[in-house]
Write a protein that binds this ligand. Structure first.
Ligand SMILES: Cc1ncc(COP(=O)(O)O)c(C=O)c1O
Length: 421
């Protein structure tokens, strides 16, 4: 297997660790910005195109500020994420609210911020109306069921909890129209980490045809189609990055044929990608604490699955580089573990790596999405810091590490003497 490259050297990381102890996540601004610009350029043919960064991927205000500067919006799915958007000073059409099993407080906040509301279920029309009132513009999430294959992360569309059936879409937009809603959008997201660009072209075809049919049957017009997130990234060095130009060209041909060809109003295209935007540009840097040899050989890191749980959760592959040993033979078979009391706490199983020693620095690649953000506190583990490698080579801390005081902040030990047992 080919080795993946890094945007920093061992010497640079050694200097960084003088100020910031491992483990930490470090994001590379240059790579992220170049990719974001490539995304925008690929769809520049579409008037009103917008990518709403799925903030769940890496909810850091500094990363969001960089992306917002490139005209990205934010895709939120919870109250906290909406408040994050509010704290960023974002409002209105800059925010897409794609939630499911939504609370009244979440809808109320979304309405207060003027966010675009993407409903997950037909029953949410009434719920939203009662709890927060219906906005002028409403979007529905479509689940195409058997029309599309899913994958291991998101499951088969028919088994997935998300979205409206086709029939419900026709009923739902009719209800909205009767209730006086005038502006409509449609959304779908049926895959996660999908590397085949044709998958997204096929999805666009399903959505465009549906728009044509809904528009005709219900006499309504659509302002936008949100094609969701789910663009995959090359976690393995032999994987190929999704060709955005190719994908965009395929979608444009269908747009011309189905949307323009049917005389429909111009349609804005949206995405709500997270993984593709920050995933490849984030790295988890960790120090080897111990090498253990029993029935197998183990590299014990100072990072655990609470820093990056994808390998434990999905058996996901993340490339690993032992810093400074890039040129050495990968001739030792290791399990690379964290310290949780949980046997799944492994970043890699049976991974060939160069001979590794305590004190070596290890970099886990592609940790910039669903990495730090999926962190948790089991065993009282603390979330690590987030750093940013700026375009000019400077390194800034964009989130401090949690402290033990942060961890205990929700507990009142002072009240224990009054607690009778
Ligand atoms: C509704 C919704 N939108 C967007 C995303 C972002 O997906 P990805 O990070 O795979 O692009 C997700 C991911 O879980 C999602 O659930």
């Amino acid at each position: 297997m080919k080795r993946k490259k890094l945007p920093f050297s061992k010497e640079q990381i050694n200097i960084i660790t003088e100020n910031y102890p491992t483990p930490f996540h470090i994001y590379e601004e240059k790579g992220m910005v170049e990719y974001a610009e490539k995304f925008n350029n690929a769809f520049s043919w579409n008037q009103g195109f917008k990518e709403y960064y799925a903030i769940k991927a890496a909810p850091n205000p500094y990363l969001m500020k960089i992306l917002r500067n490139l005209d990205f919006g934010i895709d939120c799915s919870s109250l906290t994420e909406l408040v994050f958007a509010e704290k960023m000073g974002m409002s209105g059409a800059e925010i897409m609210f794609t939630s499911n099993d939504t609370t009244a407080a979440e809808f109320q906040k979304a309405i207060e911020l003027g966010a675009i509301i993407n409903l997950d279920d037909i029953s949410h029309i009434d719920f939203l109306e009662k709890q927060a009132g219906l906005p002028e513009l409403v979007c529905f999430r479509y689940n195409p069921g058997a029309l599309k294959d899913g994958n291991i992360i998101i499951g088969n569309p028919e088994d997935s909890k998300y979205g409206f059936t086709r029939e419900q879409l026709f009923d739902g937009y009719k209800i909205l129209k009767e209730k006086g809603v005038k502006r409509f959008g449609i959304h779908t997201m049926v895959a996660s980490n999908e590397l085949d660009p044709d998958y997204f072209v096929e999805t666009a075809e399903i959505i465009f045809e549906l728009i044509a049919e809904l528009s005709e049957k219900l006499d309504i017009s659509f302002e936008f189609a949100n094609l969701g997130g789910g663009i995959g990234i090359p976690y393995k060095s032999e994987h190929k990055q999704v060709d955005l130009e190719y994908m965009s060209k395929g979608i444009k041909n269908l747009y011309n044929k189905i949307i323009t060809g049917n005389g429909l109003k111009p349609l804005k295209l949206f995405f709500e990608s997270g993984r593709a935007i920050t995933g490849p540009f984030g790295y988890l840097v960790s120090t080897v604490l111990h090498i253990k040899e029993t029935y197998k050989k183990y590299i014990g890191l100072d990072a655990s699955m609470h820093n990056l749980m994808r390998p434990a959760l999905y058996g996901a592959y993340h490339h690993i580089t032992v810093l400074g040993k890039e040129g050495k033979d990968c001739n030792q078979l290791y399990d690379v573990t964290g310290s949780l009391c949980e046997n799944n706490d492994k970043f890699a199983i049976n991974r060939l790596l160069p001979e590794t020693k305590p004190g070596d620095l290890v970099v886990i690649h592609d940790a910039g999405a669903h990495g730090h953000s999926m962190g948790f506190n089991y065993n009282g583990k603390l979330r690590s810091a987030e750093l940013l490698l700026r375009k000019n080579g400077e390194v800034v801390q964009i989130r401090r590490a949690e402290t033990i005081e942060d961890h205990f902040a929700t507990l009142d030990f002072n009240a224990l003497p009054d607690f009778e047992v």
